[in-house]
Design a binder for this molecule. Structure first.
Ligand SMILES: *[C@@H]1O[C@H](CO)[C@@H](O)[C@H](O)[C@H]1NC(C)=O
Ligand SMILES: *[C@@H]1O[C@H](CO)[C@@H](O)[C@H](O)[C@H]1NC(C)=O
Length: 131
């Protein structure tokens, strides 16, 4: 879980939230607060995990139970957002999603790479609407 804000005084020009949103209690409110802190046209980058059967198997069973990358109970699968839900939540917060990509872990090379497969881990890039 990590986050990074590149700031100009008081407002964020770019917010990058990697593996954060699946841990917040109310993602819709969270995105609205995020949008309020972002300048018009400011970028928001959010990475998260889809609520798919595959993510259940990989993020929870593999990462928490088999590989012990994360403490058990780190993720609550039922609160994960699908890519469609994330787009809607951001839209309601006046952030338009411009790009979306999946990223996959290759256990053979130990590397993450971008892919078209957004079924498990995905990353969305959006910009705040100018009003
Ligand atoms: C989105 O933009 C509209 C139009 O300016 C504004 O009325 C509304 O409050 C904004 N919503 C949020 C969540 O910031
Ligand atoms: C994300 O998960 C939902 C719910 O399980 C599923 O319907 C959808 O197909 C998944 N999205 C992708 C791109 O796999």
């Amino acid at each position: 879980m990590c986050y990074l804000f590149l700031t100009i005084p008081n407002l964020f020009a770019i917010g990058i939230l990697l593996k954060v949103i699946e841990h917040v209690a109310n993602p819709a409110e969270f995105c609205k607060s995020l949008a309020a802190l972002t300048v018009p046209d400011g970028a928001t980058i959010i990475s998260t995990i889809n609520r798919s059967m595959r993510s259940y198997a990989t993020a929870i069973v593999a990462a928490e139970y088999l590989l012990h990358w994360l403490p058990k109970g780190t993720h609550e699968w039922s609160s994960f957002l699908t890519p469609e839900e994330l787009v809607l939540i951001l839209q309601r917060a006046n952030i338009t999603v411009r790009e979306m990509a999946g990223f996959v872990y290759n256990p053979l090379t130990g590397r993450w790479s971008l892919s078209d497969d957004i079924s498990v881990n995905f990353i969305a890039f959006g910009t705040k609407n100018c009003q």
